[in-house]
Design a binder for this molecule. Structure first.
Ligand code: FAD
Length: 404
């Protein structure tokens, strides 16, 4: 019988959101997950599944039952001919990469971190960049879903197609994703080249077409931009990064300066220019296996807003694009909270005006009315959710805002 724990406190990676679930479960098999759902039905409890806990919002929070998928993390099948892998949804991508490597396979695109699970990244619409690449959920060719009543649905383009379309970005509200089958590509190496530029230059140039995975970082309160190209390469692994400056001094010093600026906000522009001058005015190159180039060590805990907007209205905070995704990152030096709400409200108003859509995993203040305008098929998703989960077993405060 599956054992539940009381008194567990859940916090997301950035420690910006947390909750105290009434019971915390770490099932090791489908049968155990089923048991948790049966108990929840019996006791009329809500259930929330959590993967890597990286979402910078309360999307994975609950005061009901929490199911942590960390023990359902096996690679179930590798089809080398089709280049597809079937995994249990709780597998961390960090553990999947070496397993794929053994078969000379890789994921075609990734977000910035790999300490996230297959079920979690697809569920929130996690993306990277690249005009030819979709969000990670577009790599899913099949999945299995355990629904609120204990039924297992095998979903793909040819089986339960409507549920499949919805469940690829499931928001954790359709059931427990048990397995995911991902379309992979032959293993590849990437070369990353970063170089300095200006905001004006990147907004008028066609960088998106010059690099397969293009993104840029803007240092607000200045014109400074760091342009980043990532492209396929045959070059052996190498890096021109200077560990001492780029990591040790650069980031520790920056965190310290940002902490000072939390008392003296007028310094932020100066710090941004200094930091850019210190670390981003030199052209840098590195090459390695794709997953090592896609991901990077995220040193600062942050509050994050992340919106996709249609190409190319000019907007204030910018990062990367399949179309552009604009990230706003008030950092939390040494975990200190920084005032951000007024800033966010203004930012959200601008994003909505230019037809933006918020990242599902990240903080936003949108409600059903907003989503109905943003997504033509939103009511179809709602209908599927209501059918699969009529009692709202998988809802939480975040999802109530989205659906009601
Ligand atoms: C440092 C950092 C860097 C990031 N970089 C990027 C980036 O580059 N691009 C980007 O788009 N996002 C990025 N994110 C956001 C991150 O990719 C998403 O939050 C992602 O969903 C996290 O995966 P997870 O496994 O931690 O999911 P969780 O946060 O644990 O869960 C996400 C959602 O999925 C649900 N869920 C998880 N597993 C299951 C399951 N098996 N069945 C049903 N529901 C489930 C949860 O209930 C929740 O609704 C970043 C976040 C951090 C902290």
């Amino acid at each position: 019988q599956v054992h539940g724990y009381k008194g567990v406190k859940f916090q997301n990676w950035a420690r910006t959101y947390g909750c105290c679930p009434e019971m915390y479960f770490q099932p090791t098999s489908v049968e155990e997950v089923r048991e948790v759902l049966a108990l929840a039905r019996q006791q009329n409890k809500r259930v929330k599944v959590v993967g890597g806990g990286h979402s910078p919002s309360d999307i994975a929070c609950t005061d009901g039952f929490m199911i942590h998928m960390g023990k359902m993390n096996r690679v179930l099948q590798v089809d080398t001919e089709k280049k597809q892998v079937t995994v249990e949804a709780g597998i961390l991508l960090a553990d999947l990469h070496p397993q794929l490597g053994k078969h000379s396979l890789a994921l075609s695109n990734l977000g910035a971190v790999s300490d996230v699970t297959a079920g979690g990244v697809i569920g929130s619409g996690t993306h990277n960049t690249g005009i030819k690449h979709g969000i990670l959920a577009t790599q899913v060719v099949a999945l299995t879903l355990l629904t609120a009543d204990g039924t297992i649905l095998e979903c793909s383009e040819s089986s339960n197609a409507d549920v499949f379309q919805a469940a690829r970005v499931h928001l954790g509200c359709l059931g427990v994703v048990l397995t995911v089958t991902l379309q992979c590509v032959p293993q590849f190496h990437l070369q990353e080249i970063s170089f300095p530029s200006t905001l004006e230059e990147v907004l008028v140039s066609c960088h998106l077409k010059k690099s397969e995975y293009f993104r840029f970082l803007w240092f607000p309160h200045s014109e400074n931009v760091s342009v980043i190209y990532q492209d396929h390469t045959n070059k052996p692994p190498s890096s021109s990064a200077n560990w001492f400056w780029d990591y040790a001094i650069g980031f520790y010093l920056l965190e310290f300066l940002l902490w000072i600026s939390s008392f003296l906000p007028g310094l932020v522009g100066w710090i941004n220019r200094f930091f850019f001058w210190l670390l981003f005015t030199r052209k840098k190159e590195s090459s390695d296996l794709s997953h090592k180039i896609f991901t990077y060590e995220c040193r600062f805990k942050q509050h994050v807003q992340d919106w996709a907007i249609p190409r190319f209205p000019v907007s204030p905070i910018i990062s990367r694009g399949m179309g552009p995704h604009l990230l706003l990152l008030p950092t939390r030096p040494y975990g200190k909270d920084v005032p951000r709400l007024d800033y966010w409200l203004t930012y959200e108003t601008i994003m909505k005006k230019v037809g933006g859509r918020p990242h599902w995993a990240k903080a936003h203040n949108c409600t059903r009315k907003d989503f109905e305008k943003m997504y033509p098929a939103f009511s179809k998703f709602c209908a599927i959710r209501e059918k699969l989960d009529p009692t709202g077993m998988f809802l939480n405060a975040y999802l109530e805002k989205v659906f009601y």
